[in-house]
Design a protein around this ligand. Structure first.
Ligand code: DHB
Length: 309
């Protein structure tokens, strides 16, 4: 079985899309809910609709992707309506992602969610790297504490956090210390590795237009960083906080590795962008074959059991 859960929320399959990829329209979201995925995540919403950055703003590469989308989305009302209407469709969860450009915008959207009929998981994205002039909240631990303090004064529904990748043990310790002070349902690590730069030596040029070519990296480039964040945070967070592992997943073996590091669910971004919804069936089959070979019947049989030498 590939079943798992986050808090009280059951998922028949641990695989989901990652926020941002093929999840901007109700058509895309319904395709994922109708696939073998265990649920879907909506494109991170802002209070109003946004067009996002100039194109080209995403480039597929042999080892992954670089993007600087700039939060193109249809606005919170669009995604909240979809979430209210479709949570539970095919027995699956809709995770509602929100990414305000300020604390006030996040509070404004969370109040709408609190006052709505939506009873699923909300994912507060503190790690968008692509909006010009806005730094990633997840790297400012005092700002993370402030937004969570304001949020939990009124927000009584289950909350997850999408976090940026951390690279130093001081960062792992610092963010865990903040998060452990709040009733967070889950964290999701990692968002893209922000502000990488891909160079095309043929044209002697950058490959995406916004921000002079700087953008968030996904795919093979980021898997070891993602595994490190899942593992390091699993070792530091209260056991009540679940972990969604995101980063570099394109095969059943990649999922196996994320679960060994402690992931309860996983999300697929870059590779889902390339392959579309058939990827959920392919990876499910690959993971089941690995588990069969190893004699594992459930994800609990190996979750978090990574060995050290
Ligand atoms: C975008 C990218 C992100 O990594 C994110 O978390 C939110 C938005 C974007 O550029 O649209």
């Amino acid at each position: 079985s590939l079943a798992s859960h986050i808090g009280d929320y059951q998922f028949d399959n641990l695989l989901l899309n990652a926020a941002g990829v093929r999840c901007s329209t109700t058509d895309e979201l319904n395709k994922t809910l109708d696939s073998m995925a265990g649920g879907c995540v909506t494109k991170s919403a802002t209070p109003e609709e946004r067009a996002g950055n100039e194109s080209p703003r995403m480039k597929a590469l042999p080892l992954g992707s670089i993007n600087s989308m700039g939060l193109p989305n249809h606005g919170i009302d669009y995604y909240l309506k979809f979430a209210e209407e479709n949570q539970g469709k095919n027995g699956k969860q809709v995770i509602l992602s929100i990414a305000g450009l300020s604390i006030d915008q996040n509070i404004e959207m969370l109040k709408k969610v609190q006052d709505s009929s939506f009873s699923g998981l909300t994912e507060l994205n503190l790690s968008c790297p692509n909006v010009k002039g806005k730094s990633q909240v997840g790297y400012d631990f005092d700002a993370v504490r402030d937004v969570l303090t304001s949020t939990f004064k009124f927000f009584k529904k289950p909350l997850g956090l999408k976090l940026p990748p951390y690279f130093d043990f001081n960062q792992f310790n610092g963010i865990a210390e903040v998060l452990n002070d709040f009733p967070i349902t889950y964290i999701n690590v990692i968002n893209s590795i922000g502000n990488g730069l891909v160079v095309d030596p043929e044209t002697e040029s950058v490959v995406i237009k916004p921000k002079g070519g700087f953008g968030g990296l996904g795919g093979d480039y980021v898997k070891p960083t993602a595994l490190a964040n899942v593992r390091a945070l699993r070792q530091r967070l209260n056991p009540e906080i679940s972990i969604i592992g995101t980063g570099g997943i394109k095969s059943g073996m990649d999922v196996f590795e994320h679960v060994l590091c402690g992931a309860n669910l996983v999300q697929i971004g870059t590779a889902f962008g390339y392959e579309g919804t058939p990827i959920f069936e392919r990876i499910s089959k690959e993971l089941k074959e690995i588990m069969d070979k190893k004699g594992y019947k459930t994800l609990d049989d190996f979750r978090g059991k990574l060995k050290t030498i």
